[in-house]
Design a protein around this ligand. Structure first.
Ligand code: SF4
Length: 306
């Protein structure tokens, strides 16, 4: 019986992939796969996973999940291979050069553009959907996938639920009472957006550690001061960074934000005199997200998202 492990190490919405281009006579030559290999004597799946990760990448995995078993069959007389499939979202150490291929972090959305085995595409989709522990049997005829059986039944490609695109939305627009005055300002047509997008409601000022209700604040000279004259720039920056981290983790590239806010405002904000005067500019969160490639929509243009 041949037992192996395969692991996709993840970070910031990307998987660590190995482009197998270095070994001669490699069955996987030119394919992109995860990391892993054959069990050694006396090893459990976890022992093999940790050793292979260390040997191939130099990383020590600190957090991982056992996701399923993939049975490979490649001909009537060939011995079946049982591949124990893992994902890992915690590790220590630095990446080293791998002698089996080139290691590269690849955005999850772009994985299917790589040269992959047909069967790998099936279990990558199952991982992406966070499917419960599964058993997948893949029968190959040479390089061609002849049959796939998922949990004992013929695999049906239409079984995958359609994935909604993530959309960051200011918490107050999504109906949370997170405004400085403790009120909410829910968008009237939130349901239409929720039907199309996986909404991610966040309030950067709360994430930055500020209380609700709180003293109103406005931007001035690159910083943020509240109406009592306190410098609250650090909390606003912290909140902006937290939001960016979550956006990256979830692969969020669009944001619907509250207009004119010192955090969420985009293109126009109050001038720091607390007199209701507007000037060109953006709040700290909107500016940071935009710098990092997120497209910002104000609540008055929410229909452009449909
Ligand atoms: S920081 Fe943004 S989400 Fe939070 S209350 Fe202000 S506008 Fe709304």
């Amino acid at each position: 019986m041949i037992n192996t492990t395969l692991c996709y190490v993840e970070q910031d919405g990307k998987y660590l992939m190995l482009h197998r281009v270095k070994k001669k006579n490699d069955l996987n030559h030119d394919k992109w796969i995860g990391i892993g290999g054959k069990f050694e004597k006396g090893e459990s799946p976890e022992d093999c996973l940790l050793r292979e990760a260390r040997e191939e990448t130099g990383l020590t995995l600190t957090s991982y999940r056992y996701r399923g078993i993939v049975t490979f069959v490649s001909g009537p007389d060939a011995e079946a291979e049982y591949m124990h499939l893992f994902t890992a979202d915690g590790f220590e150490g630095a990446l080293k050069v791998c002698d089996e291929g080139d290691l590269e972090w690849i955005e999850k959305e772009k994985l299917l553009e790589l040269t992959l085995w047909e069967g790998d595409k099936i279990f990558l989709r199952l991982l992406d959907e966070d499917a419960p522990f599964f058993s997948l049997k893949l029968t190959y005829d040479g390089d061609r996938l002849a049959e796939a059986v998922l949990n004992g039944k013929p695999y049906d490609p239409s079984c995958h639920p359609k994935k909604k695109e993530p959309l960051l939305i200011s918490g107050c627009l999504a109906g949370f009472a997170c405004r400085y005055d403790g009120k909410r300002q829910e968008l009237p047509d939130l349901d239409a957006l929720a039907e199309r997008y996986a909404l991610l409601p966040l309030c950067p000022e709360q994430l930055g550690g500020l209380p609700t209700p709180r003293t109103p604040a406005e931007c001035q000279n690159g910083g943020v001061w509240n109406r009592d004259g306190q410098d609250v720039t650090d909390a606003f920056r912290r909140g902006a960074e937290e939001v960016l981290t979550l956006c990256r983790k979830l692969g969020c590239t669009k944001a619907l934000l509250k207009e004119r806010s010192p955090s969420c405002g985009h293109g126009q904000i109050y001038d720091g005199t607390f007199s209701g005067t507007l000037i060109p500019g953006s709040g700290l969160t909107a500016a940071l997200l935009e710098e990092n490639g997120v497209t910002i929509y104000g609540e008055s243009s929410w229909e452009a998202l449909l």
